[in-house]
Design a protein around this ligand. Structure first.
Ligand code: SF4
Length: 253
C-alpha cells in the first residue's frame, strides 16, 4: 500500500526510496567517482564550500605541492593559501596535514586501500578518529569507495528526510545516520541510491527556501507538503512529472 501522511517513518523511508528510484536515474556500484584518498581529502575541503571551489582548492593544492608527501611537507600557511577557496583554509590546512601524517605513520603509505579488508565498524572507528572526519565524511568514503553498508547524511538528505517525516523534526544530522540506516536494507547499492537520490532531490527540488513541490513525487506523503498546502489533490498528483527532466538542469556529481 502506498505511504500516506499518517504512515510511519519507516514506511515513508521505503516509499521515498521507491519513488525517487523511479524519478531519478539509477546508480551502480561499479566505478567510484574518486580514489579513496581523494574522496577523503576532498570531503574535508568541501565543508560549507561549493563543489566548484572545492575542486579548485584540490587542484591548486596538488599543483602547488605535487603529491601527498608534498602536501604534508608544505609550510602550513602556503597550504592554507593554496586551498583559500574553501570556507576555513586556516583550519583545514593543519587538519589535512595531520590526517596525512597519521595515515603515513600508521600505514607507511598514503593509501586507504587496507580499509576494504576491515569490518565496517573497524573502518568507521578508524576514520572517525581522524581530526575533522565526522560520520558524513567517513560514510562517504566507506560507501563510495569500499561499498560498505553505511549511509552518508548531508544537509540535503537531512532536510528531505525531516520534511517528509522519515525522521522527526528535531533529529540531528548525526542521529539521522543511524535512524535512516535502521530503516533501509543493509546493502550498498540501495544505500548509494538512497543517498544520491535524496542529495539530488535536496539540491534540485526540495530547496531550503521555497521547495519546488509541484515537481516532487513525494508530495502524497510529505509532512511539509500537507502542512503548507493540505493533502495533495488528485490534480496535483496527476500533474507531477514522472521523471527528472534533463531540460531542468544537469544533476550534480
Ligand atoms: S513535497 Fe515539497 S517539501 Fe516535501 S519533499 Fe517534496 S519538495 Fe520537499
Amino acid at each position: 500500500m502506498p505511504a500516506t501522511y499518517a504512515s510511519s517513518p519507516a514506511e515513508k523511508t521505503q516509499e521515498n526510496h521507491a519513488a525517487l528510484n523511479r524519478f531519478y536515474p539509477p546508480l551502480t556500484l561499479d566505478k567510484p567517482r574518486r580514489s579513496p584518498m581523494r574522496e577523503l581529502i576532498s570531503t574535508v575541503l568541501s565543508h560549507r564550500t561549493t563543489h566548484a571551489d572545492e575542486e579548485l582548492a584540490y587542484d591548486r593544492m596538488l599543483e602547488a605541492f605535487g603529491d601527498w608527501a608534498g602536501v604534508l611537507a608544505a609550510p602550513t600557511a602556503e597550504l592554507a593559501h593554496a586551498i583559500r577557496t574553501t570556507r576555513w583554509p586556516d583550519t583545514q590546512a593543519p587538519r589535512i596535514q595531520e590526517i596525512l601524517r597519521r595515515i603515513k605513520a600508521e600505514r607507511g603509505e598514503f593509501s586507504l586501500d587496507f580499509l576494504s579488508d576491515w569490518t565496517t565498524e573497524q573502518a568507521m572507528d578508524w576514520l572517525n578518529d581522524m581530526p575533522g572526519i565526522g560520520l558524513k565524511t567517513a560514510s562517504l568514503v566507506l560507501l563510495f569507495n569500499f561499498h560498505k553498508p553505511v549511509l552518508p547524511v548531508d544537509a540535503h538528505v537531512h532536510r528531505v528526510a525531516q520534511r517528509v517525516g522519515m525522521i522527526g523534526p528535531k533529529v540531528s544530522v548525526e542521529k539521522a545516520h543511524q535512524l535512516l540506516l535502521e530503516q533501509l536494507p543493509k546493502d550498498a547499492l540501495t544505500l548509494l541510491n538512497f543517498h544520491k537520490h535524496n542529495y539530488w532531490h535536496g539540491q534540485q527540488i526540495c530547496f531550503f527556501l521555497k521547495p519546488n513541490c509541484a515537481r516532487c513525487p513525494l508530495k502524497g506523503f510529505c509532512n511539509y507538503y500537507q502542512e503548507h498546502f493540505g493533502p495533495a489533490t488528485l490534480e496535483a498528483l496527476a500533474a507531477t512529472p514522472a521523471h527528472w527532466d534533463e531540460a531542468w538542469g544537469k544533476l550534480p556529481h
